[in-house]
Design a protein around this ligand. Sequence first.
Ligand SMILES: Nc1ncnc2c1ncn2[C@@H]1O[C@H](COP(=O)(O)OP(=O)(O)OP(=O)(O)O)[C@@H](O)[C@H]1O
Length: 142
Amino acid sequence: MKEPAKIPRPPLHKQTSRNEFAKFLAGFGFAFQGLWYAIRTQRNVRVHLTMTLLAILLGIALHISAVEFALVFIAISGVFIAEMINTAIELCVDLASPAYHPLAKIAKDVAAGAVLVNAILSIIIGLFIFGPHLWALLIHNR
Ligand SMILES: Nc1ncnc2c1ncn2[C@@H]1O[C@H](COP(=O)(O)OP(=O)(O)OP(=O)(O)O)[C@@H](O)[C@H]1O
């Protein structure tokens, strides 16, 4: 019987780095799955997405500077990060304590409070950035 052709194996250090790269790519895949879960299931995340789009369009319309855009993006990403950590905490609490527990309540309330702090901060940043531009537009069109 004819022996099957032997496929040369890459050296071990190359195999390992390929595995590492595959793991690295898989990690990205899982992270995108998490992001998609949050968008699909969390109404607040979808509201943030809409606000993000509006803020970008307003920024373009008002010709805000690159630094101002950077601050807007920092504020936007802060709200997304807080909302997604809140979602992860809610899921962990539901897993650990599906029944009512005072500690579960505190954990969820504190996580929701973190989102609130971030949302208030973003509104303040928005007012500081868009406020003067809108004010100038108002004065100019009087
Ligand atoms: N297992 C629990 N034990 C005690 N209190 C809870 C528990 N689950 C929820 N709660 C209370 O109910 C509130 C709302 O919880 P829930 O999980 O519905 O969060 P939510 O903010 O409405 O979530 P979602 O973003 O999914 O709408 C919590 O902030 C907490 O006060």
